[in-house]
Write a protein of this length. Structure first.
Length: 221
């Protein structure tokens, strides 16, 4: 895809300071692996770096490492977790933003958006956006779907709420001008060199077609 970018999604970094939810450990990466991936992508204009869940490691590890390398990241926070133990406080979120990073929404309570309706969906999309904007003192215009879960109803709600960009966990290179953005997820145990395959490799035509078909189904279900 000419002019495309690779968007990498991280979650927790370092030794988890809390008991993790079932399956969450798959997404916590070592500090060493994280730093090595940053060194591999530093200086590349076709890379975006994102961070989900609002873990304290966003401020303690990720932001300083990004700043040292002249990189920027987008950090997607759950509004109800602000100030909870081992998650970012409102003050820490403002510090992350002051370091040149972007704060986005990961909803209110870290639950899948697909299937939500009414007040529950409003809380996840609209209320969370408002609370995060109040916390950081700036507009929140980007969102990341928790668990990569999305569908027609929540996408419509995100558009109505004024989000300018929404990230999924659908793999592959992304069109930087698209409203809905694909992401590659860096997982525990991944060799940092995997990012080179994301950056320089293109999947076979059949795989690309299959991915596109799956994404179309997700958007309209």
């Amino acid at each position: 895809m000419s002019g495309s970018v690779t968007v990498i999604a991280y979650h927790g970094i370092g030794t988890p300071p809390r008991s993790l939810d079932p399956g969450e450990g798959e997404y916590w990466v070592t500090t060493d692996a994280f730093l090595r991936t940053l060194d591999l992508v530093a200086g590349r204009a076709d890379v975006r770096l994102t961070f989900d869940d609002g873990n304290a490691s966003d401020a303690e590890i990720a932001t300083p490492a990004l700043a040292q390398r002249g990189l920027v990241g987008e950090f997607f926070l759950c509004a109800a977790r602000l100030g909870a133990p081992h998650f970012l406080s409102a003050s820490a979120a403002r510090d992350v933003r002051a370091a040149g990073m972007t704060i986005g929404s990961h909803g209110m309570r870290h639950r899948p958006w697909r299937g939500l309706r009414g007040a529950e969906l409003h809380e996840e999309i609209v209320d969370a956006k408002r609370l995060l904007e109040e916390a950081v003192g700036a507009p929140v215009t980007h969102a990341a779907c928790p668990f990569g879960s999305y569908g027609r109803v929540c996408l419509s709600a995100l558009r109505r709420a004024g989000f300018a960009r929404v990230y999924t966990t659908d793999p592959g290179r992304a069109d930087p001008s698209a409203w809905l953005q694909r992401r590659e997820t860096f997982r525990a145990g991944d060799d940092p060199r995997i990012v080179l395959s994301w950056l320089d490799g293109a999947p076979p035509l059949l795989e690309r077609a299959t991915r596109a078909a799956k994404e179309t189904v997700k958007r309209w279900r």
